[in-house]
Design a protein around this ligand. Structure first.
Ligand SMILES: [Zn+2]
Ligand SMILES: [Zn+2]
Length: 231
């Protein structure tokens, strides 16, 4: 329940958007062999231990990378489904009663899913995603109210994914990213460094760690002292 991490797809809010996305946009995907959530739902760290154990196996990683992801990419890329989904999602963004920015955030999640799949995204939609980012609520720590939108590491992750987007290349949102600049191992050139105190935050460099410390300090709590799973 709630939010178990700082990045994309590490909260119920994000997963709910994924689960409802095609229905909200009135695109029928009932016949699909794999649903969109199959690309991201394994991040739920509150899942039962046997489920989490399955998600950490090589077999699972291989079938995700070689079967599930290419399947969904092909679905997005066939008959311009991806473009149609963007068009449907963008058309809903002007709803004046959408105080929680749910419609705009839906477009963000759609963009993330398409990057996850490595599907084709046209230049106008990519630009639109960039333009949306600063309009989305973003918290640097756990807010008392209105827990929606990004946390800063998730926002950085999304922007880095846009910067490095290439059609045909699947972007993982599960692997460790720099909490400050959002880069993944392939862009950093080595595994991100982990904050030694909490073992949660990861960074590309000491510089990024230093730059984020004022913000991270508040949530930098060793596991044994953590009494809330929500972040
Ligand atoms: Zn960094
Ligand atoms: Zn820490």
């Amino acid at each position: 329940m709630g939010r178990w991490g700082w990045r994309l797809f590490e909260s119920d809010q994000d997963l709910d958007v994924v689960l409802n996305l095609t229905e909200d946009l009135e695109i029928d995907t009932d016949s699909w062999e794999y649903s969109l959530s199959a690309m991201v739902h394994q991040t739920d760290m509150l899942a039962p231990a046997d489920a989490r154990a399955l998600y950490s196996t090589t077999e699972y990683a291989n079938s995700l990378a070689n079967v599930t992801i290419p399947y969904i990419r092909q679905k997005f890329d066939t008959d311009n489904l991806g473009e149609r989904l963007f068009a449907a999602s963008r058309a809903k963004e002007s709803d004046m009663n959408d105080f929680m920015q749910q419609s705009k955030y839906r477009t963000i999640i759609l963009g993330a899913l398409m990057m996850r799949a490595g599907a084709r995204i046209n230049a106008a939609d990519l630009q639109h995603l960039r333009d949306l980012v600063p309009q989305i609520n973003c918290n640097s720590r756990r807010p008392l109210f209105e827990d929606h939108g990004f946390r800063t590491p998730g926002k950085a992750q999304f922007l880095a994914a846009l910067d490095h987007y290439q059609p045909g290349i699947a972007r993982s949102f599960q692997e460790p990213t720099c909490f400050k600049c959002g880069k993944i191992e392939a862009e950093i050139g080595h595994k991100p460094l982990q904050c030694k105190k909490c073992n949660v935050a990861t960074y590309c460099s000491k510089n990024c760690q230093r730059d984020q410390w004022r913000e991270h300090r508040v949530s930098c709590v060793p596991l044994e002292q953590r009494f809330l799973l929500n972040v």
